[in-house]
Design a binder for this molecule. Structure first.
Ligand code: SF4
Length: 347
């Protein structure tokens, strides 16, 4: 919803000054996504607004729910008839995280990723990114499931390759008059676009940063993530040194556990050496991720292999956790969003 256009429209239609505030309150605080449901507005105005504006710029195709009800995935159709996916994941005590997409598809073609394997269509606008957040806020409140407290830019696309729209969306998410999220409840995940890391440090120094690292060996990382040819581990280290010295904030290194490709003792040693090369190494935190089955040639590490790898890192004083993979059965986990129309079950 474009607020300046809405404001012009209200002025043209001789509406009192408080109307905009009423609409903002109804949308951002009370979670309405249809003008016709906003009872505080006169009926004729609701009709006119519905004809001229969309609060969320999508139609809803499907909402999938995992059996344990701890994750949901929505398939949304944009105005130009493209599919995008967005995911909701349970945090704790009836709070939830929304994982938003920033692009339709992705140019970077990481080998383990369903999005990367389905090509690139276009960037999402700031409205389309924020529309996913409005959608989940409405879903949680209509179904009395709890509150949306965290936003992660970890869905389809590389956020730093759509920085213009992502930065506009970040400003609105932290705007106290609109979404009013705290910066620290928002995370941006990147494949390692170094100039993006610098921009985040300079413009949003309290927003969390996660790096899809996946290997601390240039050869292996380039095989898994072609972007490593352009921004290699040394470039990444320099950008992260800048980020940590500027923000003094923790950085999450996401690391997919792939059998005999990223999970050997040699891989662990590479990771330890990479982290130990940082001046502020205490700010680097490794998240080991069990691989979700996508249509790729890679095999997931076993539970024992992951445990062994984690123990080895911890013995070497590396901050490490394993990330619980939620949403696997609805293809809503990391690396599984593709924007393809699902054939499976609906809510
Ligand atoms: S992992 Fe991220 S950067 Fe890589 S292809 Fe998938 S969406 Fe793009």
């Amino acid at each position: 919803m474009n607020l300046s256009e809405l404001n012009y429209f209200l002025t043209d239609n001789k509406q009192p000054n408080f109307r905009l505030k009423q609409i903002i309150n109804a949308v951002y605080k009370e979670n309405y996504i249809n003008f016709n449901d906003i009872q505080v507005l006169p009926i004729d105005l609701r009709d006119k607004l519905s004809e001229n504006f969309d609060i969320i710029p999508f139609t809803i195709d499907k909402i999938l729910k995992s059996k344990d009800t701890l994750s949901y995935k929505a398939l949304l159709i944009t105005a130009d008839n493209k599919y995008i996916e967005t995911v909701l994941i349970a945090a704790k005590n009836n709070t939830w995280s929304a994982c938003v997409s920033s692009q339709i598809g992705c140019k970077l073609g990481c080998k383990f990723c369903a999005t990367g394997n389905s090509g690139f269509t276009r960037d999402l606008s700031a409205e389309e990114i924020l529309g996913q957040v409005l959608f989940w806020k409405n879903y949680l409140s209509s179904n009395k499931l709890g509150k949306l407290t965290n936003i992660v830019y970890m869905g389809m696309g590389e956020p730093f390759l759509n920085w213009n729209n992502v930065s506009i969306s970040l400003k609105k998410l932290i705007d106290p008059g609109l979404f009013d999220f705290s910066s620290r409840s928002i995370s941006v995940s990147t494949s390692g676009i170094t100039d993006g890391i610098i921009k985040l440090a300079n413009e949003f120094d309290q927003v969390n940063l996660a790096i899809s690292l996946h290997s601390a060996n240039d050869e292996t990382r380039s095989k898994l993530m072609p972007i490593n040819h352009k921004h290699n581990l040394n470039d990444l280290k320099q950008a992260l040194d800048y980020y940590t010295s500027k923000t003094n904030r923790k950085v999450f290194l996401e690391y997919i556990m792939l059998h005999k490709l990223t999970d050997t003792t040699e891989d662990a040693d590479n990771l330890i050496n990479f982290i130990n090369s940082f001046e502020k190494k205490h700010l680097l935190h490794v998240n080991l991720i069990s691989y979700n089955t996508t249509a790729s040639k890679y095999k997931a590490s076993t539970k024992d292999e992951i445990e062994k790898f984690q123990t080895y890192l911890q013995k070497n004083k590396i901050n490490t956790t394993t990330r619980k993979s939620l949403g696997n059965e609805i293809n809503g986990a990391c690396g599984q969003l593709s924007g393809n129309k699902p054939k499976d079950k609906t809510d």
